[in-house]
Design a protein around this ligand. Structure first.
Ligand code: GLN
Length: 482
């Protein structure tokens, strides 16, 4: 069921939010034993919120999400509800406040079912670095669901919630959405407040919707977008009604195919799926043009300096004093810091802290960090030039469909390279969406990525909608029990 369909049923009183919420909680208890999407299920809180939602609906005061059960990536602060960022270091952390996005969802009436699995501190592409169990792909339980917002994608695909919120620093919304056959959007940097999002790389992080279809994506974006004085990088700019943009179509739009995104290493099934999506956009009246993003090859390298550099600074707060696990046996304060952090962080997070601290240190700053920022500017220039000749870009989301669990855990570089097509949008700050477009012969979903200039989420949604409506894959559902 979509959020929009549930909205209709709730408004017509054909179902109550308590019934709907109970149905999802029941599904979680049956399917999540296998899927492992949830870290925390808040049964009581969800049922109380659902009962409150039912009262509002009865009073005729329903807001857009009143009574709608959602899951949240465990990187968003939820007042009174454990928030771990997938890390052992935050095992007992109960935030005393709500993230702005959490608060906005609650104000819109949403029912929060619980918090879902993710790579530790959002560092990863498979959710396998999660300290609370690895979520798997509902379409094939022996495959990764993607990451780092893997629990979000898996919980939506397995119908263990109606929709979810993820975060995207280098592809973490779009890539798992693609691997799990759902819609995932990274909005423009600054569109959605990051207040209360446990920071990974602050100049790249952005929260966004992960939903069953494009209309739900617009509905959720409406609820979470907008200026927040608590996040100085959130942009004070009116929020359009994203639902109103859904049916604009693509007729007369120029859609660019970035040549560099179709280079060697692209899986033939992914290439074919994107090719088919491009033909459908052409048939819907778009003009397809080839464009070039010449610095694409350098984006991953630049990202793996900028993101760890920011992470090494952001994660210094987990020191056993201000936040996080504390070792109680240490003889002095230095040893306490060292042992607390050594025990609390997993290997991938430690690797990033070390890379970041190294890249920022005296003598290396100019060679690495400053150079990476220069590359970031060049990548941004590529997009400015490309968008001078087209309205949107279409490409794959990931070079391959989901891979087998464990396949890349021993090879960080292979894992990093799988984000080559999603990282540029974060370096540049532009919005991008992943839309389901096909399946591999092995039965794994394949998504298509659309990118737009800053604040053109409306065009993204309109184009995504055309792809969704012209697609022949509708109706296919995973069966995680088998
Ligand atoms: N996989 C990328 C990384 O590990 C992106 C993660 C993300 O977007 N949070 O950094």
């Amino acid at each position: 069921m979509t959020m929009a369909a549930a909205r209709g049923l709730l408004d017509r009183r054909e179902i109550s939010s308590v019934e709907l919420t109970t149905a999802f909680l029941d599904r979680i208890s049956v399917f999540d034993v296998k899927v492992n999407a949830y870290i925390t299920v808040d049964r009581e809180g969800a049922l109380a919120a659902a009962a409150a939602a039912d009262r509002r609906i009865a009073e005729g005061r329903a807001a857009s999400l009143t009574g709608i059960p959602l899951s949240l990536k465990d990187v968003l602060c939820t007042k009174g509800m454990r928030t771990t960022a997938g890390s052992k270091i935050l095992e007992g952390f109960i935030p005393p406040y709500d993230a702005t996005v959490t608060a906005r969802l609650r104000e819109s009436g949403a029912v929060i079912l619980g918090k879902v699995a993710m790579d530790e501190f959002a560092m990863g592409s498979s959710s396998e670095t999660c300290a609370y169990g690895v979520p798997c792909n509902p379409w094939r339980l022996d495959c990764i669901c993607g990451g780092s917002s893997g629990g979000s994608a898996a919980s939506v695909a397995a119908a263990e919630c109606l929709a979810s919120i993820g975060s995207d620093t280098g592809g973490s919304i779009r890539q798992p959405a693609s691997h799990c056959g759902i819609v995932g959007m990274k909005p423009t940097y600054g569109r959605v407040s990051r207040y209360g999002l446990l920071a990974y790389a602050s100049s790249l992080d952005q929260l966004g919707p992960m939903t069953r279809d494009v209309r739900d994506c617009a509905m959720l974006l409406n609820a979470i977008s907008g200026h927040d004085r608590r996040d100085s990088t959130s942009v004070d700019r009116p929020v359009p009604d994203y639902i109103a943009a859904l049916n604009r179509g693509v007729s007369g739009l120029r859609i660019g195919l970035p040549r560099e995104y179709f280079s060697a290493g692209l899986d033939p099934e992914v290439e074919k799926t994107v090719g088919d999506a491009v033909s459908r956009l052409g048939a819907a009246g778009a003009e397809i043009v080839e464009v070039s993003l010449p610095h694409t090859d350098y984006a991953v390298a630049a990202y793996y300096i900028v993101a760890p550099a920011e992470a090494s600074s952001n994660l210094s707060r987990y020191d056993g004093v201000r936040f996080g696990h504390r070792n109680l046996e240490a003889a002095d304060v230095q040893e306490m810091f060292r042992r607390s952090r050594s025990e609390g962080f997993g290997p991938e997070v430690k690797r990033r802290i070390m890379i970041g601290a190294y890249a920022l240190s005296a003598g290396y700053y100019d060679a690495y960090y400053k150079k990476a920022l220069q590359v970031r500017t060049l990548v941004a220039g590529d997009f400015t030039e490309a968008f001078a000749g087209c309205d949107l870009l279409i490409s794959p989301v990931a070079p391959t469909p989901a891979w087998k669990l464990g396949e890349k855990t021993g090879d960080p570089l292979a894992m990093y390279l799988s984000d080559i097509l999603t990282i540029p949008a974060n370096l540049v700050g532009i919005p991008a969406v992943s839309v389901p477009a096909g399946f591999s012969a092995a039965g794994l979903p394949i998504g298509v990525q659309i990118q737009a200039p800053h604040f053109r989420e409306e065009s993204l949604l309109a184009c995504a909608r055309v792809l969704e409506e012209s697609s022949s894959i509708g109706g296919r559902r995973p069966e995680p029990a088998e």
